[in-house]
Design a protein around this ligand. Structure first.
Ligand code: 0RQ
Length: 502
């Protein structure tokens, strides 16, 4: 037994990655750990990829259905996509190899709300789960599992899968023990309320449980998570943060938000990270977070006492962020709770806590519909992730982006979004470096006026105003005026010429 595996029954199942991978066979559905590059299995997927490649060499077909928490890393999504070993994937991804194959039509990808996955799986919507492949930080003497740097859907995969493979990663900080809170959601009908009323509350236990008789292999691993450095905040993201700070101050002054705001949710990506950096300058104190990922900027705010408590389902840190996390892990354990994603993203809890949702987007249209996922309507970038869980249920849902993309060739404010992730009914605020449009209480035509005036880049504003003016004259219905043959012509022009400019 090693210091990380102190359960005799499970220590007896220790084997190597190659042997463990043989339990995953063609056509199986595998529930894997991993959320935004944290806590994913690091060795069995690579051994599996080798076995898949060998099968393909022999002319045998070998593909699996792969369910995770969210995005993983090159050692998982990347390597399996490259071998042609993924037939089906859900619910969120960001790996370039995987994305390319999805967009080539070679892999079926189901992009669904992260908060729905566990319930759908338990209800059998994805069919039987054959194998769970889960990274943990340690196994305790009684067989309880110390979760790793993400929780995601691990409890659900461990519960539902016929067989379980565990990776015990000795490089994950031992001090993670005690940071997690594992609770599950009862099934309908007559579900009781989930008894969580503050972001830092603990309603479960710190360990994952597994039936030891299902564990067919335990693999000892090493290696860091996918640690991606964040871009330094640029001028656009600083200005976006500035508009949000001003907006929140205004809301506090009007008595619509408390002085320490409401629990923050901050999405993935550079802009979301940079905006939190900007909120530091806003002078807010005693903040809390009820979110799904903790990126560097939020960790820094927890370290400096600006955020007192943060609830999430995963960390997503840079190398510098991890170094800080490990160095101060006792401090962070008092302030961070990592939960299953069905709890971190639960509609009931987001609504009860009244979260302030801050998410990036690809584009918004003049009426406030938001596209978070697709370039020009057909090429997926990542997925909706948790942005929909939070947008629909938060107290105020903010979507942010620079007003142009692709070096200024593309306007991120368009007549009609080329794909809808968040409808006009779920979007409270649109913000670009140009300004902030507060859409609450506005009709579609009022929203178009606010978005063009405050958010559109000056180079595209006349083009948008011209569209709206002509739509008001010629549209059949004037509730949401459109010129249908022209509504998506900006995207077609971008595809044809590389630019949305006329
Ligand atoms: O592509 O790198 O090839 O140039 O899209 O854009 O500017 O790097 O933005 O890192 O903030 O991510 C929406 C993707 C923004 C993210 C999105 C191109 C742009 C670039 C990325 P290149 P940036 P960010 C909870 C919340 C959905 C999930 C979510 C996201 C690339 O925020 O995935 O919110 N959100 N989850 O050039 C053409 C446009 C474009 C465009 C950007 N209008 N047209 N290309 N790009 N706008 C967390 C989780 O759910 C896990």
């Amino acid at each position: 037994m090693t210091s990380r595996i102190t359960c005799p029954t499970l220590a007896a199942r220790v084997t190597d990655a190659e042997q463990a991978a043989t339990h995953i066979r063609p056509g199986m559905t595998v529930g894997m750990s991993g959320f935004t590059g944290a806590g994913y299995p690091k060795q069995v997927p690579q051994a599996l990829a080798t076995q898949i490649a060998a099968a393909h060499e022999r002319g045998e077909r070998f593909g699996i259905r792969m369910l995770t928490g969210a995005s993983t890393a090159p050692e998982l999504d990347g390597v399996l996509a490259r071998t042609g070993g993924i037939d089906f994937r859900l619910p969120y991804q960001s790996d370039p190899e995987l994305r390319e194959r999805i967009n080539r039509g070679e892999i079926d990808y189901m992009d669904i709300h992260l908060g729905h996955v566990a319930q759908f799986a338990r209800s059998g919507f994805f069919g039987p789960i054959d194998v769970a492949l889960i990274e943990v930080a340690a196994i305790r003497p009684d067989g309880a599992l110390v979760p790793s740097t993400s929780v995601g859907n691990n409890a659900t995969w461990l519960e539902l899968a016929d067989t379980v493979i565990l990776e015990v990663n000795a490089d994950q900080p031992a001090g993670l023990e005690g940071m997690h809170d594992i609770a599950s959601c009862p099934a309908p009908p007559h579900r009781p309320p989930i008894p969580l009323t503050t972001p830092g509350q603990r309603i479960g236990e710190p360990y994952l449980r597994v039936d030891p008789s299902k564990v067919v292999a335990v693999v000892e691993t090493h290696g860091p998570d996918r640690l991606t450095p964040f871009a330094a905040p640029d001028d656009a993201s600083r200005r976006i943060a500035g508009h949000l700070v001003e907006f929140f101050r205004h809301e506090v002054a009007r008595g619509r938000l408390p002085a320490n705001l409401l629990p923050l949710q901050s999405g993935v990506g550079n802009i979301a990270n940079a905006v939190l950096e900007g909120l530091r300058e806003g002078g807010f104190e005693q903040l809390t977070a009820y979110t799904e990922v903790i990126q560097d900027a939020m960790l820094g705010m927890i370290r400096d006492g600006l955020i007192t408590t943060a609830s999430a389902t995963a960390l997503s840190l840079s190398p510098a962020g991890v170094a800080d996390f490990v160095a101060r892990i006792d401090h962070y354990r008092q302030r961070i709770v990592l939960r299953p994603q069905e709890i971190s993203n639960h509609a009931e809890l987001i609504r009860r806590l009244g979260c302030l949702a801050l998410n990036g987007m690809v584009e918004a249209d003049i009426y406030g519909n938001v596209n978070s996922t697709h370039v020009a309507g057909t090429r997926i970038i990542n997925g909706i992730g948790g942005s929909g869980d939070f947008a629909r249920n938060s107290f105020i849902a903010c979507f942010m982006t620079p007003s142009t993309a692709k070096g200024g060739a593309v306007s991120t404010i368009v007549p009609m979004v080329s794909h809808v992730d968040h409808t006009e009914h779920d979007v409270s605020v649109v913000v670009t470096e140009q300004g902030l449009a507060d859409l609450r209480g506005l009709s579609p035509r009022q929203r178009a006026h606010a978005i063009i005036k405050h958010c559109a880049h000056p180079d595209f504003r006349p083009q948008l105003q011209d569209y709206v003016d002509r739509a008001y004259l010629h549209s059949r219905g004037l509730h949401t005026p459109h010129l249908l043959p022209e509504a998506l012509s900006w995207h077609q022009r971008f595809l044809d010429t590389g630019s949305m400019r006329v």
